[in-house]
Design a protein around this ligand. Structure first.
Ligand SMILES: Nc1nc(=O)c2c([nH]1)NC[C@@H]1CN(c3ccc(C(=O)N[C@@H](CCC(=O)O)C(=O)O)cc3)C=[N+]21
Length: 288
């Protein structure tokens, strides 16, 4: 059997159209959603992502501002910009691109963002609300994975979902969101001693490791749904996922190629989080 290879252009494109329609409706009610993206330094990959986010905002009708700060920016200069954006009525979402230069404490920066403008869902208040199931943003990549599973028609409830990776931005919140969808969740990581034994029991396998092509056919149960969160740049310049696509494609029932699905869906959830922050600010969506 060969897997259904998810077509990101189709799936993500359709979802962006849905979001654009909601943005248009909000604009007709007098509120234009606005996102500020802050990037510090010259990391080329970060600049590519920021450009992609900016373009996606424009296409969705969301106002977007990009602040490019030099590598030598001090923490207090960045905190001053965040204070200004926190007070700006035209801005509903603030995203500070990571990584930040070493003179800046990332935690302090995240905690300086007003929680209602934290469209990454990195602020401890939003992480806490996520954990206990209160309304609010969810982090873009894991929320995007849930959206992909739903759009493809994967039944999550009662299934065994195995997440490989325990980062604060993907692995941990991924587990929480899967629990919310009533999956049975197992989290594996670099210290898991019997990885293959566990991953090969997964109905839904989510790879968020950050190493190219480490998940092989032997890790995957025949018929499993495989979602590849990895975006690894190879020496050849090509992007590769955490999953060895060619090895796994005949075993899985559904698989996401890299690039093309999880990355663009991550950006789409950023648009959704910005839209929803704007709706909340206008009293058009529940806050707690
Ligand atoms: N505050 C913050 N929030 C983030 O959400 C955030 C961040 N910092 N720092 C870096 C990571 C990484 N990230 C990606 C987003 C889109 C693609 C994406 O669209 N990837 C395309 C390929 C893009 C390319 O060609 O390089 C794809 O997979 O198809 C990838 C990676 C968001 N991040």
């Amino acid at each position: 059997m060969s897997a259904h290879v998810i077509n990101g252009k189709e799936l993500v494109g359709a979802y962006r159209t849905e979001i654009k329609d909601q943005v248009d409706r909000l604009i007709a009610q007098g509120v234009k959603p606005g996102l500020a993206v802050v990037i510090v330094g010259e990391d080329p990959a970060s600049h590519v992502y920021v450009r992609n986010k900016n373009r996606a905002c424009e296409e969705a009708g969301i106002h977007s501002e990009v602040y490019k700060l030099p590598e030598a920016t001090s923490e207090s200069e960045l905190l001053a910009l965040i204070a200004k954006l926190n007070a700006d009525k035209a801005i509903h979402g603030i995203l500070v691109q990571s990584p930040l230069p070493k003179q800046i404490n990332e935690e302090r920066v995240v905690e300086a963002i007003a929680p209602e403008k934290d469209v990454d869902c990195f602020h401890p208040v939003n992480v806490g609300n996520l954990m206990i199931g209160k309304p609010g943003p969810a982090p873009c990549t894991p929320a995007g994975v849930i959206e992909i599973l739903k759009k493809v028609g994967v039944d999550i409830a009662g299934k065994h979902a195995v997440v490989i990776g325990r980062s604060n931005i993907v692995g941990k919140p991924m587990g929480i969101l899967l629990l919310r969808e009533h999956a049975t969740v197992t989290t594996c990581h670099s210290r898991t001693s019997n990885l293959e034994e566990i991953t090969s029991q997964a109905d839904i396998l989510i790879a968020a490791i950050g190493k190219p092509k480490v998940i092989k056919r032997r890790h995957v149960k025949p018929g499993a749904v495989v979602i590849d969160v990895g975006v690894n740049r190879l020496d050849t310049g090509k992007l590769s996922g955490d999953v060895d696509f060619d090895d796994v494609v005949d075993t899985a029932s559904v698989i996401t190629p890299v690039p093309g699905v999880v990355g663009p869906m991550t950006i789409t959830i950023l648009l959704r989080n910005t839209l929803e922050a704007a709706q909340r600010s206008a009293g058009l969506r529940a806050v707690h």
